[in-house]
Design a protein around this ligand. Structure first.
Ligand SMILES: Cc1cc2nc3c(=O)[nH]c(=O)nc-3n(C[C@H](O)[C@H](O)[C@H](O)COP(=O)(O)OP(=O)(O)OC[C@H]3O[C@@H](n4cnc5c(N)ncnc54)[C@H](O)[C@@H]3O)c2cc1C
Length: 362
């Protein structure tokens, strides 16, 4: 039996990771991307992201922890496959995070990690001014999401996925056994379709009666990119209210989480306040040269959980709403969504993420 033709709307980390997984399973997959994959200028979340794999972040909703752990465990194999297909390595920039908390939990809280004393902290990050906070260290690597996106795109193409950039989906029409995606250039008819257009996902369903099942909300995040300072910074560091991510060639300071509609401009006063906030912990960073700044739109949802599952139309699926964790959750979401689209039982329960939770009768 020939495999069904599959079309994915959205070429961010979620759409491309799913495309690669489906292609591996023998599908003919097309990805339609409105701009260029990895272009930060139009608000896509993936290239704007800080790229922290916050597997044990205490801020996660409890229902998401299993999916976070599952996805994190898939990362080594995922990156190895990308490297094999694309010839591009996506390295971890560091492996551990230092995070400040106002209160002191039990000595070694599993989620917070290992509680550090002043001497340990000084040894790990000599330039860090700890203030009154309690500092913990835990495994939380990060990678550069722009490198990840470029490697994913190259891997998809090498594997035979048809990735079409500058191909915006303008509307969808639903038949008994297929979905038609209308772009300015063509009509793509798919037996299976997955909506993975990030913060724009809900809007793409237009006036369909099941559009309320995908209530994505853009949550803007602004980031400042600084030159690397003279002294080395070996960890990602999260003082209360901001974070710092050191990379091979620069340093990210983030980030806001705002309701600002689809506005993707950065605001000078917000960028100033990010630099001022990090300078309380690293005074030298007050005067380090700025290299860049940008904003991205996280795909938020009313309950801060992703939307992963089947839509009421035959052959229609959705994978979006990854909010603050789409880089972490990409390999896991690709697996569970490919399982669903293959009519297989996913390794992780998707009950908490079902689009049906947003229907009028729950
Ligand atoms: C400032 C910031 C910091 C972050 N930090 C982290 C972090 O440290 N760790 C982490 O795990 N996550 C982080 N995130 C979240 C993460 O970036 C997102 O959850 C993830 O990138 C979502 O991926 P996506 O593919 O769903 O969406 P996107 O990357 O937004 O991709 C959606 C794509 O769909 C395309 N599209 C939209 N409409 C259409 C259409 N009509 N037709 C065709 N294509 C369309 C868009 O152009 C876009 O390329 C951060 C996000 C931001 C903004």
């Amino acid at each position: 039996m020939p495999s069904p033709s599959t079309v994915i709307a959205g070429g961010g980390v979620i759409g491309l990771s799913l495309a690669l997984e489906l292609q591996k399973r023998g599908r003919a997959v097309t990805v339609l991307e409105r701009h260029h994959c990895g272009d930060v200028t139009h608000g896509a979340a993936t290239p704007a992201s800080a790229g922290i794999l916050g597997v044990d972040d205490p801020g996660h909703p409890a229902q998401m922890q299993e999916l976070c752990s599952y996805s994190y465990a898939l990362y080594p194999e995922f990156l190895a496959r990308l490297a094999e297909l694309s010839g591009r390595a996506v390295p971890f920039d560091h492996t551990h995070l230092l995070e400040a908390f106002a209160d002191c939990a039990a000595e070694d809280d599993r989620e917070r990690g290992e509680l550090l004393n002043a001497e340990q902290l000084r040894e790990l990050e000599p330039e860090l001014i700890p203030g009154d906070a309690h500092w913990y260290r835990r495994e939380e690597p990060s990678l550069d999401p722009r490198l990840l996106c470029a490697a994913l795109l190259a891997a998809c193409r090498a594997a035979g996925v048809d990735v079409r950039e500058n191909e915006p989906v303008m509307s969808l029409t639903f038949g008994a056994n297929e979905v038609s995606l209308h772009t300015p250039h063509a009509v793509y008819v798919a037996e299976q379709f997955c909506l993975a257009a990030g913060a724009w996902s809900g809007g793409l369903l237009g006036a369909q009666d099941f559009a309320p099942l995908v209530p994505t909300v853009p949550r803007r995040g602004q980031i400042l990119c600084l030159q690397l300072p003279q002294h080395p910074i070996r960890h990602a560091v999260r003082p209360i209210g901001c974070y710092l991510v050191p990379r091979a060639t620069n340093l990210l300071i983030g980030s806001t989480v705002e309701f600002a509609g689809f506005e993707v401009a950065t605001q000078p006063e917000v960028i100033d306040s990010l630099q001022a906030a990090i300078a309380q912990s690293y005074p030298a960073l007050a005067s380090v040269q700025r290299l860049d700044q940008w904003a991205g739109l996280r795909p938020g949802t009313p309950d801060d959980l992703p939307i992963l599952g089947a839509l009421p139309q035959p052959g229609c699926f959705v994978s979006t709403g990854h909010f603050r964790n789409g880089i972490l959750l990409a390999p896991g979401s690709a697996q569970v969504m490919a399982d669903l689209m293959d009519s297989r039982e996913p390794a992780v329960s998707l009950e908490a993420f079902a689009p049906a939770r947003f229907s009028a009768d729950g």
